[in-house]
Design a protein around this ligand. Structure first.
Ligand code: UVW
Length: 335
């Protein structure tokens, strides 16, 4: 068992709640962070969620965003004729070049670093270190380690917090994922209660805002709003982070752009910049808690509503490439 947020051992130079060292074992620095909550007992209990034999993909198309996006290039898909490539056979291969942050993704614990260059557990990623040729030779907490022997990627109980549906059902108004609304932990608890779902240790908590659905059918007014980068998501504060740690959440995901509401708020309450992302710092860097973004949650929300069941078995197998900072999640919800 690990201590609550307020009782975590102090880590010099970092705030109370920094969990570095907590999961280390046999003198070895841990790479998995809160995925350590996924014990065989937790995984076996999650498997009992499957009753209907129904599986739902949570992966938005790699080219889901149909317009140029600053700093991140769109995927390039190149089908190749085998014969033209010189092979004595008719058929096709293909090549795919992607920025792993462009569509549904996991952010690994190396995605953002502190001004000191440190990330989770004090690891110091750099382009040179990330450009590795092997997982074993790479001591950074990158996603390929999820494939290490005995790890088997991510299998957990998923819980959907369908915030968009909750607001629309309880107020009769359309919930706009572009209005910069900040979803508090009290909101999350209220939605869980409304949906009749309990949040348990080791859960992957998944929050639906409707953002990818807007991106599928963008309107000129929506575009204008989007340009302000004022997007709905979970309220990024240390108190929010404390709640997630104390609940022993193994990972989080959302259809939102950054999981947390944008712009982030600085401690004095003023709007901050990307470098001020609050939950990225707490989750990825201090807790070792992976963040999923831009997941496709529409079909999941519809099925959960139809069945009145918001918990399921979640499996996710990121790409297995040495030094991978982010990856499509290849996530499936099973009911
Ligand atoms: C940053 O842009 C830093 O993060 P993300 O895309 O994961 O929200």
């Amino acid at each position: 068992s690990v201590p609550d947020f307020d009782n975590l051992p102090a880590v010099e130079g970092h705030p109370q709640g920094c969990a570095w060292g907590v999961f280390d074992k046999d003198g070895k620095k841990d790479h998995y962070g809160t995925l350590n909550f996924l014990t065989p007992e937790i995984v076996a209990a999650a498997a009992k969620e499957v009753k209907d034999g129904v599986s739902i993909s949570l992966n938005w198309p790699l080219n889901g965003i149909k317009f140029p996006f600053p700093h991140r290039k769109a995927p390039v898909h190149k089908p190749i004729s085998l014969r033209e490539a010189g092979m004595e056979v008719d058929g096709f291969d293909d090549e795919l070049e992607i920025n792993t942050q462009f569509s549904s993704q996991w952010d690994s614990l190396c995605h953002v670093v502190l001004p000191s260059g440190e990330t989770y557990n004090g690891f110091k990623p750099s382009v040179e270190l990330l450009q590795t040729t092997s997982t074993e030779g790479n001591d950074l907490p990158t996603l390929d380690h999820w494939h290490s022997p005995g790890k088997g990627c991510l299998v957990a109980r998923g819980v959907l917090i369908d915030f968009k549906r909750y607001v629309e059902e309880t107020t009769g108004k359309t919930y706009d994922s572009l209005d910069g609304h900040r979803i508090t932990v009290e909101d999350i608890e209220a939605v869980a209660k409304h949906q009749g779902v309990e949040i348990k240790p080791g859960d992957v908590l998944i929050v639906r805002t409707g953002y990818t659905e807007f991106l599928e059918n963008p309107t000129p007014e929506g575009f204008a709003k989007m340009a302000t980068m004022s997007l709905s998501g979970v309220h990024g504060t240390a108190e929010t982070a404390r709640w997630f740690w104390n609940k022993r959440i193994a990972a989080v995901a959302s259809d939102a752009h950054a999981f947390e509401a944008l712009p982030p708020l600085k401690e004095n309450g003023e709007a901050g910049a990307v470098s001020d992302l609050v939950l990225h710092k707490w989750f990825l860097t201090y807790f070792g808690l992976p963040i999923g973004e831009l997941w496709d949650l529409k079909a999941l929300g519809e099925y959960a509503k139809q069945k009145g069941k918001y918990s399921f078995l979640l499996t996710s197998v990121p790409l297995n490439h040495p030094g991978l900072v982010a990856s499509p999640p290849n996530a499936v919800a099973l009911f």
